[in-house]
Design a protein around this ligand. Structure first.
Ligand code: SER
Length: 322
């Protein structure tokens, strides 16, 4: 990877991935793109272009202009939004992916796109879900993710595009908010705990889902992209995870730092049924074996870091607003 184009660069993953890649590969070698520009560091600190992922011509032009050798396609709708707007989700998630793959083929670039635990469904084994298993998701997001994995494999076999992907669990971070996902509660809970010492969870107690802290997710992307292709048996996409917990467990961990923190429940049937259709915990053995996947943050370590960094961020935001 020498010159990287990122779509959806101002989203939850992109905002931090752009900065990390700029530190590692040089500011001018990371071209952030999104459908609109904002004031964020990712948009302001280096090359930025407006790219609508449904516009292939525009994407190819930008890739050629900057002579990129890697395309990282992050622009997509998350699970709950996709469930509310399934036709739009199909068009954006699949159309965007197809265009990004075509761009990579045209400019002979390596390719990364995230898949998700959402690619699994109710008939998938729920605990220690293996790398290769039943994948019959019941959500539009899941249908998009499975189709996306297959399409990425197709571009590798048919056209030789070096496609690689990760099945991410819920990603927890303090820089940019996720939008419209089922696992978003595990991010919101930190904001509410710091600001109001309480949180109303839309996911019910006892509902286990895999999660990962953003620094581990970013390292996983870079490690996979830098991995020796000869060692990759799988490509699209590797199970990765750092922890699995239910709402009452993250609440108990937060309460250790914020005494008096209280959680109540008001279950959202749509997001609850999406969560119920996903695994309790997935198995990342293939990622460990094929390219050395590892993580640093468990629930305790993540919670400590999240509370410290987010408290500082919210304080700065308040100071700026006054
Ligand atoms: N975080 C995603 C979602 O909840 C899962 O990939 O939609």
């Amino acid at each position: 990877m020498k010159r990287i184009l990122i779509t959806g660069a101002l989203g939850q993953i992109g905002s931090e991935l752009t900065m990390k890649l700029r530190e590692t590969y040089g500011t001018d070698n990371v071209i952030a793109t999104d459908i609109k520009k904002n004031d964020s560091e990712a948009a302001q600190s280096g090359p930025f272009e407006i790219v609508d992922v449904t516009d292939l011509k525009n994407m190819v032009e930008v890739a050629k202009k900057y002579k990129v050798d890697t395309v990282m396609h992050l622009a997509a709708l998350l699970s709950a939004t996709a469930e509310a707007k399934p036709v739009f989700a199909w068009n954006l998630n699949m159309g965007g992916l197809m265009n990004a793959l075509e761009t990579a083929r045209e400019v002979k670039a390596k390719f990364f796109t995230p898949s998700s635990i959402g690619a699994f469904g109710p008939t998938t084994p729920k605990d220690s879900t293996p790398q290769d298993t039943i994948m019959r998701p019941t959500t539009m997001y899941g249908v998009n993710k499975v189709a996306g994995e297959l399409l990425s494999d197709y571009y590798f076999h048919k056209f030789g595009v070096d496609t690689r992907g990760l099945r991410f669990p819920g990603l927890i971070s303090y820089v940019a908010l996720p939008g419209g996902g089922t696992t978003d509660y595990a991010v919101e809970i930190y904001y509410e705990a710091i600001l109001n010492r309480k949180y109303e969870s839309y996911i019910d107690k006892g509902t286990y889902m895999d999660m990962m802290y953003m620094p581990d997710a970013l390292n996983a992307i870079i490690d996979l992209m830098e991995a020796d292709p000869a060692k990759l048996v799988h490509r699209n996409a590797f199970n990765v995870t750092a922890m699995s917990f239910a709402p009452e467990q993250i609440a108990a961990e937060i309460a250790k730092h914020i005494p008096g923190f209280k959680m109540t429940y008001k279950v959202d049937p749509v997001r609850q049924s999406i969560a119920n259709s996903w695994p309790n915990s997935i198995d990342a053995a293939a990622a460990r074996e094929e390219w050395g996947f590892k993580y640093e943050y468990d629930l305790a370590k993540m919670t400590q870091d999240m509370i410290e960094k987010l408290t500082y961020k919210l304080k700065m935001n308040k100071a700026r607003a006054n």
